[in-house]
Write a protein that binds this ligand. Structure first.
Ligand code: SF4
Ligand code: SF4
Length: 135
């Protein structure tokens, strides 16, 4: 006579128990870039370099210029500040209750730091924006 299979002794876990055991979701932060009002002044780039004492040409923010050709031979410039791989969202400042350096120094308030979910809500109401989230 063959060996009889025994019922599995592993206790099954209900889905809601798994959810309860899961660690709370880590908050994710980002920068909302409103490029409609960016003047291309590069202050955000300088503010980032000074904050981290980085050499020329290396920084957490890069302001790009895009020239769009319009009918009639006109050129329309757009400035887009974009965080680089070096951006760490100035978390040392944020922990102290301060804004990231680039956000603090932008005269036209083009940059907003916050929780990704909240920034996404703002973005839904404001065209010509880019929501950036680090890895
Ligand atoms: S984001 Fe602000 S500080 Fe940066 S280039 Fe635009 S206007 Fe200047
Ligand atoms: S958030 Fe901080 S690290 Fe990131 S670009 Fe702005 S100043 Fe640089």
């Amino acid at each position: 006579m063959g060996a009889q299979s025994k019922p599995c002794s592993v206790k099954s876990t209900k889905p809601n128990e798994v959810v309860k055991k899961m660690p709370e979701k880590k908050p994710r932060y980002g920068l909302l870039v409103d490029y409609e009002y960016c003047t291309g002044c590069h202050t955000c780039e300088v503010a980032c370099k000074q904050e981290f004492h980085r050499p020329t040409g290396m920084g957490g923010m890069k302001v790009m210029e895009m020239l769009q050709e319009l009918p009639g031979g006109k050129l329309y410039p757009t400035f887009i500040p974009f965080p680089t791989e070096l951006c760490v969202l100035c978390m040392h400042r944020v922990r102290e209750g301060r804004k990231p350096s680039c956000v603090q120094h932008c005269m036209t308030s083009c940059l907003t730091f916050g929780l990704v979910e909240e920034l996404a809500k703002r973005q839904a109401e404001k065209p010509r924006t880019v929501l950036w989230v680090p890895k």
